[in-house]
Ligand binder design. Structure first.
Ligand code: CA
Length: 372
């Protein structure tokens, strides 16, 4: 008996605009990989600036070398193309491109073998995952506007937790500490004393500013405080994490395993690598091993509501010590025509699909119609 094989025939990166007026930043960056047997796998890259940089790297620097390769060699292919393109800068566009390919190859593997991705990762600890509503854009809202937006999402999505994000101008620090604390306090009052809340600074503070806000969040019973200082100030991120009692999280802007270890060594005890930004499924499972070995919470960042979200759910199913809910940032439903059976939020949770590969139906015709 010979081994299963899935020879790659074509690799097609493409950008999707969900509506004609979509600005490039709210488009999706996908890849379609087809085997010689006609099996199709889908992956997603980080959509920063529309994901065009990652899609270009796939088109020019990865796809030609992938044709003829075996999808079952996904880890070898990942490391090969990472090192081949390393001088483009191994942080960001390259790792986003590799993440998209990795997810697509896992999707193919599952479809060939008749196994879900979670099953191929060694099995799932759970059949569903709690989620939190991730609510951005609050730096420029008044307290009342924040409450209106948060209440709307709270009522509509019925999440297990809520994270409010500042999303301020990254070139200016400590702009409105008193205002930020007032918003955090108002949201606490809105949802009640026991409801789990998190606060994302989006890198908006100095160390001193972060300590002030962090102390207030401790008083207000917030569960975690995300990216308080600039992500590239790794030592400062560790200092804030060590000085505060509230759990400080970081590493959504971390793109290599080595950088993840650096941030853990600096003192951060909850990390948030993102499946469409670094490593895909293969990379996130490596992150899981590192976190387990260091006793650090792995709580992946993930804002894309379709392929990235589903790939992330499979990995979350496979993590033993899953301590926090999954991120859910876009419940708009604007992608439903292309993804007709995407799991919907139910009682604060998402079911992990149990079909082969990603386990979701994808309307390829709809994706082609909306390709830019
Ligand atoms: Ca964040």
């Amino acid at each position: 008996m010979t081994q299963a094989r899935a020879t790659i025939k074509s690799v097609e990166p493409f950008q999707v605009a969900w509506s004609p007026e979509d600005p490039p930043g709210s488009r999706s960056a996908f890849v379609r990989v087809t085997t010689t047997d006609g099996v199709v796998g889908y992956g997603e890259a980080s959509p920063m600036q529309g994901g065009l940089h990652s899609l270009g790297i796939i088109e020019r620097d990865i796809a030609p070398g992938l044709v003829g390769a075996d999808a079952f060699d996904q880890a070898v292919l990942h490391d090969r193309f990472f090192h081949r393109n390393i001088k483009l800068g191994p942080e960001g566009a390259v790792t986003g491109a590799l993440a998209a390919i990795d997810i697509a190859l896992w999707d193919i593997k599952g479809k060939v073998l008749g196994l879900s991705i979670a099953k191929m990762l060694g099995g799932a600890w759970r059949s569903d995952v709690a989620f939190y509503s991730s609510i951005g854009g609050n730096a420029n809202r008044s307290v009342d506007e924040v409450l209106k937006v948060v209440d709307g999402r709270f009522q509509r999505e019925k999440p297990s937790a809520i994270k409010i994000r500042r999303d301020g101008d990254r070139s200016r620090l400590d702009m409105d500490i008193a205002g930020d604390i007032a918003k955090a306090r108002a949201v606490r009052k809105l949802v009640g004393e026991d409801f789990p809340l998190a606060f994302d600074a989006n890198n908006g503070y100095t160390v001193g500013g972060a300590i002030r806000v962090g102390r207030a969040l401790e008083e207000l019973g917030y569960a975690w405080f995300e990216e308080p200082v600039q992500h590239y100030d790794v030592r400062n991120m560790g200092e804030v994490a060590q000085r505060l009692d509230i759990t400080v999280s970081a590493a959504e802007q971390t793109y290599t395993l080595q950088a993840l270890v650096d941030i853990i060594n600096a003192g951060v005890r909850m990390v948030q690598p993102d499946i469409v930004k670094m490593g895909g499924i293969t990379g996130l499972m490596q992150c899981a091993a590192i976190c387990y070995a260091h006793g650090v919470e792995l709580v992946p960042h993930q804002t894309q509501p379709t392929i990235g979200h589903i790939a992330n759910l499979h990995v979350l199913g496979a993590i033993m010590h899953l301590t926090k809910p999954a991120e859910y940032a876009d419940g708009s439903g604007r992608m439903d025509a292309a993804f007709p059976d995407l799991p919907k939020p139910q009682n604060g949770r998402f079911a992990i699909p149990d079909g082969p590969g990603l386990g979701i139906a994808i309307n390829d015709g709809e994706l082609r119609r909306k390709s830019v």
